[in-house]
Structures are given as C-alpha cells and as structure tokens.
Design a binder for this molecule. Structure first.
Ligand code: WQD
Length: 319
C-alpha cells in the first residue's frame, strides 16, 4: 500500500518518512522545498516537487502512484510570522488543505492523517488538556490548524475520507544525527545554539504562576511523533470516523528544567539570562496522553534527556 507524505522533506516529515519505510510501507513524497531539503528524501523514494495548492499535480500523483492514503504535514508553522501574515497562512494551510482534499476526492483516496497542533488549545487553564477541551487558538497559525480539523471532519462526513488528526505538542530532538531541527525558533535549538556560542540561554519570563516561575510545556521526541503517524496510518481503515488525538507525553517540563538538562548534556555551564515574557505564551500546556494510548496503543518512549542529547548530537554532526 502506497502513502503520500506531504512535507516529507521537512524536519518532522523526514522522520515520518523513515518510520514509514521502516514499517515496510511504500511512500511518495510531495514537497515544494519551500522550507524542506531535497537531500532528506532518499533517492529510491519518489519525490514530487510541488505544492498541495497545485491540485492537478496532486491528483495525477495520487492516481499514478495508486495512493491509498495521505499523511498531510506540508504547512507553514511559524507562530510569529502567522501574526504578521495571516492571509498567507490561511492560504497555505487552509486553502492548500482544501485543494488537497479535492484532489483526494477526485482520485478516490479515502484515508488521511492530518498534522494538527497543541496551538489549537490556546491558553487552557487545566493541568493536562484533553481532546474534549474546547479549542480556542490565540494566533492565526493555531486557527489554521483548527480550521483544518473542522474541514477534515466535514470531509469525513460528506466525502467519506476517514481521518486521524494528530495534535502535536512541543516536538524536539532528532531520530538520527543527520535529521536535526534546523529551525531557530524553539527553545531547545535556541538554547543549544546559545550555549555553543558561549552565550547565556534566554528565559522568556520567570514570574509565571508555576513552581519555578517559568513556562511549562510537554516535550515530545520527534522519533516518537513519527511512530505515532505510522500507527495512525495503519489504523485509519474506513471505519467512518474522524478521530483526534494529542501526541504528547503528559509530562510537563519548565524552561529551567530544560536548561538544566541542556547543561548536563553539553557540559557547558552557563547561567541563563531572564528576559521579559514573550507575548502569547501560555504558562502551562501539557497534553493528556490517554486517548491515543487507549485507542491506538501508542505511547512515547523517549524522555527529555533523549530529546536534548539527540538534538545536541545532530547539531554537532551538522557542524
Ligand atoms: C517553549 C517555551 C517560551 C525560547 C511553539 C508554537 C507551537 C508549536 C511549537 C508548531 C515557551 C520558552 C523559548 C527561548 C524561552 N509550533 N522559551 N527561551 O511557543 O511552546 O510552541 O512551537 O508547529 O504552536 O507556539 O515553543 O519552543 O518557542 O517555547 O524561555 O529562547 O520556552 O517562552 O515558554 P512554544 P517554544
């Protein structure tokens, strides 16, 4: 059975691609390389260099490769940019997904795994947020992911495209030294980069109402996340459902705790610099991980130390 993986040349996509191949599944990658890297797609995997917005190319690829299901990761994901460029984000993430669903419908493809985000929750005032909590995104990026979830659910009802929607929490680490996160927007890459440069890592606010005053997040290893996609793809079998799951560990780590692990892993003992709060940061965002464990039998295997250590190793390998 062949699956189409959109965004397969990106940081998360390259991990999902390897996990699918390791599970013996045939894959065709669709990636326009706007942020992805061609070298992350092995030579023996077909790579169509196109955007999901190009409905006709997508439809042709689905038919030509006899695709049975789509794992849709291709999207814009920078929160700050989405605040500055909301029209661009809605076009890429919502209109792009709408056209992809149209191409799937044309080609008779009825299975979908959709990349959503914990950003749909906004600022939930709960210890662990479960899927039943009413989503209330606070930036255009999160809004486009929630709109995607609604669109997928509507397409399930109207077109019979069965789907599993995965809400990623804070993805980190590397599954192999050549698959590190090249972004410079998230805490772990930023902290490791600063420490490597001999500069203090930055804490955005230490006056939150949390035990050590810094924000708490639920970090998930990208290799675990990739395995969740394989499990989801194997389970979306035409049961007539649109299921939504957190992909999280249910474990909260504060910024200070992450920096402690980074000091331990790198051996670089630099004190942090406390900067003002970053606008729009929820004090605590930890995901209940029970539903995906119960329904799909998936749970994370890696802890925070694994994430930071593998991110550091990949960083060193990349020079
Ligand atoms: C984590 C914590 C920062 C950098 C974002 C998106 C989300 C998802 C993942 C999508 C926060 C603090 C950070 C630093 C710090 N995106 N921090 N010093 O904001 O939880 O989630 O990325 O695909 O939608 O919102 O992740 O890694 O930026 O921040 O103190 O140098 O670390 O304030 O509390 P975030 P993050």
């Amino acid at each position: 059975m062949t699956w189409m993986l959109t965004g397969g040349a990106g940081y998360i996509g390259a991990h999902v691609l390897r996990a699918l191949s390791a599970a013996g599944m045939d894959v065709v990658v669709l990636d326009d390389l706007s942020t992805g890297v061609a070298a992350k797609v092995p030579a023996d995997v077909p790579h169509i260099r196109a955007s999901v917005l190009d409905r006709e190319t997508v439809r042709t690829a689905l038919v030509d490769h006899e695709v049975e299901g789509v794992i849709h990761l291709a999207a814009k994901k920078a929160v700050e940019e989405s605040v500055r460029e909301p029209l661009f984000y809605y076009h890429e993430n919502v209109e792009g997904f709408r056209r992809l669903l149209g191409a799937m419908d044309d080609a008779g493809v009825r299975r979908l795994v959709f990349s959503s985000s914990a950003a749909v929750y906004g600022m939930p005032d709960v210890d662990r947020v479960s899927e039943g909590v009413l989503p209330y995104p606070i930036n255009p990026y999160g809004q486009t992911k929630l709109a995607g979830e609604w669109l997928a659910a509507a397409a399930q009802r109207a077109l019979g495209i069965d789907c599993v929607l995965l809400r990623y929490f804070n993805v980190a680490g590397a599954g192999a030294p050549d698959l590190g996160d090249p972004s410079v927007t998230n805490l772990i890459p930023l902290a490791l980069g600063a420490m490597e440069a001999g500069e203090p890592p930055v804490i955005f606010g230490d006056d939150y109402g949390t035990p050590d005053g810094t924000c708490i997040r639920d970090y998930i290893h990208v290799a675990d996340l990739a395995d969740a996609h394989v499990t989801a793809a194997q389970r979306v079998t035409g049961s007539g459902s649109a299921a939504v799951y957190n992909v999280s560990r249910g474990v909260g780590s504060s910024v200070r705790e992450v920096l402690d692990v980074a000091r331990e892993v790198t051996g670089i003992d630099l004190p942090a610099r406390v900067a003002p709060r970053r606008v729009g940061d929820p004090p605590r965002l930890v995901g209940a991980a029970d539903a995906i464990a119960t329904d799909l039998g998936w749970q994370a295997r890696h802890d925070l130390h694994d994430m930071v250590a593998s991110a550091w190793e990949a960083r060193r390998a990349a020079g």
